[in-house]
Design a protein around this ligand. Sequence first.
Ligand code: TXA
Ligand code: MG
Length: 347
Amino acid sequence: METKVIAITEKSDALALLPAAEILQKGGLVAFPTETVYGLGANGLDAEAAKAIYQAKGRPSDNPLILHVADFAAIDKLACNISDIARKLIAAFCPGPITVILNRNRIVPDAVTGGLDTVGIRMPNHEIARELIRLAGVPLAAPSANTSGRPSPTTAQAVLADLQGKIGAVVDGGSCAFGLESTIVDCTSEVPTVLRPGAITLEMLAGVVGEVKLDPALAGADSKPKAPGMKYTHYAPKAPMIMLEGAKEKMVAGLLAEIAKAKAEGKKIGAVVSSETAKNLPTDVVTAVYGSREKVDEIAMNLYESLRKFDQTDVDVIFAEGTAEVGLGLAVMNRMHKASGYRIINL
Ligand code: TXA
Ligand code: MG
């Protein structure tokens, strides 16, 4: 199949989006931009369309899809028994980079929820995304628009690198503002529980509802997360990646030591690091700069594109500089740990 590229320059260019909406109405797949990452959309009420998503991504079928809506009324059609706490979170953060897990209504197909009694719902804060949902006239089931296991795409080019020829169209709306997937909050437990950290931080959630928990499974490699997708090796570049963590002052010396060791083994080396650290690395190291280590939002925005850069190179190993696990840094480090398969060197 030929994948149409639909470029949108005006933020709400409904006319240009009509062909994309038509593909969705016919059960096809369309990748579209959101403020977090690009999503791979299909009619979320059509089990067959949802199944096509799993096939295009090579995604395990027990990994549920989240439903994207354009307005608040749609949430009550898809979910039931919505708690007061859930409503507070929705009012405070939707539209925005958050997915709430709610009890599902029967109208949501099993193919979307992976057979769970709950459904993930997200209202993107992105005009193109919401306009496309409105035009399609149905909620859009949409995982990140990457091949399963690969870094999520933050540009239309990254979507095409994985899915060209496998989907009907990609709507090109430029780069995504946040660059990391939404915060997932399970609102079916008494205390809301963060299943995946994101741009809506623990601190922001607690500011609205008081107590929030972090899914204990986020702590390490051997745990069983409640968001089925969090258990897979994820976000990974093609070469193995090793994290370096510890005090800033130790980073350059630690990296240089690891680089020297790997060189002695005859390896070609890549590094994904801050601009501050990059200045100190040998010129023969293939370096991707993810931004300043003082600006975690910059790191979040550039992380996946930095990881994807190495796929055009022949590096044997990638060393990655860690950052502090606070605020948005929690989400950044969660993704980096998964990308590294929890290969971590503590300095
Ligand atoms: O920012 C985002 O959330 C992006 C954009 C496109 O909206 N979407 C995204 O979808 O990251 P995906 O499928 O790549 O990740 C959704 C995660 C998966 O780990 C899945 O297991 C989890 O959400 N999930 C979905 N429904 C769930 C449910 N009912 N209970 C627990 N986890 C659920
Ligand atoms: Mg994903």
